[in-house]
Write a protein that binds this ligand. Structure first.
Ligand code: ATP
Ligand code: MG
Length: 424
């Protein structure tokens, strides 16, 4: 035997029953998004590199060192999507979706970033992302945050805290930027290599540094809030009024900036202490300049993305209702009974479409088929032997202690099953 092959480092399989949990959580999330009128959009996993280079900003970690970029056989530069917003805006523009004025969209799927894999940080990870396009006011910002709060409530997550900030307009940021550069240039000896690099290219992002040694220096840096324009300040205050009225607790973190260049005004993160350094579960903000930057007519927009791996790690481990392999296990005792067993399984699926029916395939002895039935987690086994076939009956064997094995008439089977599985 040759060695088995392995998945790429930082890219994980999701096997049953964990994949069942993922599907349930995704269904819970998309149901809540639907309550707010968000509709799904799907776009390719691969885009031309331009889509990300033009939007995310070439001074960001993502574009500088995290993208999976390659040349295809035609020599075109392609990139595995590292996030969804850029692709979403590309798709919205290409399909003319803004003709309707506004759009509320969500997407769900894998993203790819070449980062150092660790708990909560992978090279293929999954996001649910939401984008609200065409709405400029603070009302939609607030509604988005209310929606995320409802998500945590529905998922049963309690220990997330909300941090909020405003990045102002590009103009107010430019003033702040000058002061920041002066401040950090005065402390050049304290900066790490990464931050020195950012100092010339995108000083705001030094505030986003995860290096604990820089914490005190960053605390003392000039604050954007002191340079804020009146419009951004009013916008921010209006968002806070809604959150306060809804009883949503938050802290204003003046150093909260986003890793991507395209944000303006409102930014927010939902953070947990339970996942160590990878504590941000959901991050978002307003990006009024992006649509224009990507070739569309200037359109205000706001969105967020949440990391599903981090979310799943916060949920309690495998819950009891994790689906068993099957609820009903159908056995044909010998080869002659197999055809009848398959037909019986079909009839059950017709009559009881909500039930998971597994029909034993293979030529094992009755004993090992029953063992297999038991391992499947099924509540009931249906057994067809030659006697049963001849008599127009089925043997019904409860596997989880709901009474004795018995033979029932084939025509009365569904009623018996309803009683048994309902009670299971
Ligand atoms: P971080 O600061 O943790 O690197 P980020 O600012 O790069 O996050 P975003 O681009 O805002 O993250 O992505 C939104 C969310 O996607 C994050 O808050 C996180 O939950 C999740 N996420 C981002 N990168 C990864 C990754 N490599 N592995 C798992 N989840 C991730
Ligand atoms: Mg990152």
């Amino acid at each position: 035997m040759s060695q088995i092959l392995r998945a790429v480092r930082g890219m994980n399989d999701t096997v049953p029953p964990i994949a069942d949990r993922w599907r349930r959580v995704e269904a819970d999330i998309t149901r809540v998004l639907g309550q707010y009128g968000y509709r799904e959009i799907r776009f390719p996993i691969v885009e031309s590199t331009q889509v990300f280079a033009r939007s995310i900003g070439d001074t960001t970690d993502i574009v500088q060192k995290e993208m999976y970029t390659f040349e295809d056989r035609n020599g075109d530069s392609l990139t595995l999507r590292p996030e969804g917003t850029a692709s979403c805006v590309r798709a919205v523009l290409e399909n003319g979706l803004l003709k309707a004025g506004t759009q509320r969209l969500f997407y769900l799927g894998p993203m790819f970033r070449h980062e150092r894999p660790q708990k909560g940080r992978y090279r293929q990870f999954h996001q649910v992302g939401v984008e609200a396009l065409g709405m400029a006011g603070p009302d939609i910002d607030a509604e988005l945050i209310l929606m995320t709060a409802r998500l945590w409530q529905v998922l049963g997550l309690q220990d997330l805290r909300l941090e909020l900030n405003t990045l102002g307009t590009p103009e107010s940021r430019a003033l702040h930027r000058e002061q920041l550069v002066a401040y950090f240039t005065g402390h050049l000896d304290l900066l790490d290599e990464d931050s020195r690099h950012r100092l010339t290219r995108n000083p705001l992002r030094i505030l986003d540094s995860k290096n604990p040694a820089l914490k005190a220096l960053i605390e003392g840096a000039p604050r954007l809030v002191d340079f804020l324009d009146a419009e951004s300040r009013d916008h921010f205050d209006a968002v806070r009024v809604v959150l306060d009225a809804a009883g949503i607790a938050y802290t204003v973190n003046p150093h909260l900036v986003r890793g991507l260049d395209y944000y303006s005004k409102t930014v927010f993160e939902w953070i947990t202490e339970a996942l160590g350094a990878q504590g941000t579960v959901c991050a978002g903000g307003r990006y009024d300049g992006l649509v224009d930057q990507m070739g569309g007519r200037a359109t205000p927009a706001i969105g967020f993305a949440m990391g599903l791996e981090r979310l799943m790690e916060l949920l309690p481990p495998a819950r009891e209702e994790d689906l068993p392999e099957a609820e009903l296990y159908v056995i044909g005792a010998g080869m002659e009974e197999k055809a009848a067993a398959l037909a019986l399984a079909e009839a059950v699926r017709d009559a009881l479409p909500g039930v998971r029916v597994l029909c034993h395939c293979g030529q094992e002895s009755l004993k090992s088929q029953l063992k297999r039935a038991d391992r499947s987690g099924a509540a009931v086994a249906l057994i067809l032997g030659s006697d049963e076939l001849a008599a127009g009956q089925v043997t019904l064997k409860p596997l989880r202690g709901q009474g004795e094995q018995r033979r029932v008439e084939r025509h009365a089977l569904m009623e018996h099953l309803l009683g048994l599985l309902g009670a299971a």
